[in-house]
Write a protein that binds this ligand. Structure first.
Ligand code: FAD
Length: 306
């Protein structure tokens, strides 16, 4: 059996694996792919001490750093079930079962997509999901934010300070964000709010985004907006379907952790975008991975091997 079994090979999992392996304990990583969301990212400019890098390059470096230690990376493998016990069992979709004295869950999250024509085609070429990451790329430009919940309105307020104009598009008849955020948004001079609007297409010139189309749901009329960026903010879905009923989750499906990364199940830790950590960033996920790993090590030295 492993001492620490990490599930998920993104920045949080890579960091957790390195911290565990450096303690000289048996460490494994189960990953459907190595790098996580970083693999889907074009430029990264906020990974502190590395002014500029690219997602696939950082993903390779993450894996190489992990492989420089004695870590058993099992990929491509998907964990399908976590069974509590004196030794935890992680059952894989392939049918195999792994055993470990502690488990670190770092299965990340995924942005909910609009699923309209042009969205996938122009991803990273005008379609963005992370204002903290990509906002500065749109300095002085016109962008749309899709979604009028808290994350959409926060994104619109954030972007309004950088870009020339923000058009916020909400499907519903009204915004759903907290009142204080809505009034802040309405106080800004370079923001237009459009409600009852269904985005139907992201339009581009073959290279980058040039606009979007939406349906006015009250009049049934189609409209075009010329713009250079579309920030989709309609939800971040944690990858926790397989953990329901095993560890405590919030109503949104995030794993609840304490300051050591401990979940509701002693010996099971979690880190990164899959948890309740409020900000979802590479540098934060890595810090959380280190915390969870040190938390797991603390747990192991207080329990005897079965
Ligand atoms: P993830 O990166 O999501 O990794 C988790 C991995 O576990 C995934 O590969 C997932 O498929 C896998 N997994 C899930 N379930 C299972 C299972 N059951 N079994 C096995 N494996 C499983 N952050 C920044 O700091 N700067 C940026 O510039 C930036 N740009 C971004 C651009 C885009 C397009 C996106 C999508 C995100 C961006 N982010 C950026 C956010 C950043 O990528 C995430 O915060 C970070 O990757 C989270 O790391 P993680 O390890 O928690 O999860």
């Amino acid at each position: 059996p492993f001492d620490v079994l990490v599930v998920g090979g993104g920045p949080a999992g890579a960091s957790a694996a390195i911290y565990a392996a450096r303690k000289g304990i048996r460490t494994g990583v189960v990953a459907d792919r190595f790098g996580g969301q970083v693999l889907d990212t074009a430029g990264i400019e906020n990974f502190i001490s590395v002014p500029e890098t690219e997602g696939p390059k950082l993903a390779t470096q993450l894996e190489q750093h992990v492989l420089s230690y004695e870590v058993d990376i099992m990929k491509p493998q998907t964990a399908a079930e976590l069974v509590p016990g004196e030794l935890f069992e992680v059952k894989l979709a392939s049918g195999a079962t792994l055993q470990s004295r502690s488990v670190i869950l770092s299965t990340g999250a995924r942005w909910r997509q609009m699923n309209v024509p042009g969205e996938a085609e122009y991803r990273n070429r005008g379609v963005a999901y992370c204002p903290h990451c990509d906002g500065p790329l749109y300095k002085g430009k016109h962008v749309a934010v899709i979604g009028g919940g808290n994350s959409g309105v926060e994104a619109a307020i954030d972007l309004a300070g950088i870009v020339s104009h923000v058009t916020l598009i909400e499907f519903d008849g009204q915004l759903r964000a907290d009142a204080v955020l809505q009034s802040k948004l309405r106080s800004l001079g370079n923001v237009t709010i459009i409600t009852s609007a269904q985005t139907t297409e992201v339009v581009g010139d073959g290279k980058k985004v040039t606009g979007l189309k939406y349906l006015d749901r009250t009049s049934d009329e189609m409209h075009d907006i010329a713009l250079e960026g579309v920030f989709v903010q309609i939800g971040l879905i944690p990858n926790t379907d397989w953990l329901k009923g095993v560890v405590d989750l919030t109503p949104r499906g995030e794993i609840i952790t304490d300051e050591r990364g401990q979940t509701s199940l002693p010996g099971v830790f979690a880190a990164g975008d899959v948890t309740t950590v409020p900000y979802k960033q590479i540098v934060i996920a890595m810090g959380e991975g280190a915390t969870a790993s040190l938390g797991a090590f603390d747990h192991l030295i207080r329990t005897s091997a079965p």
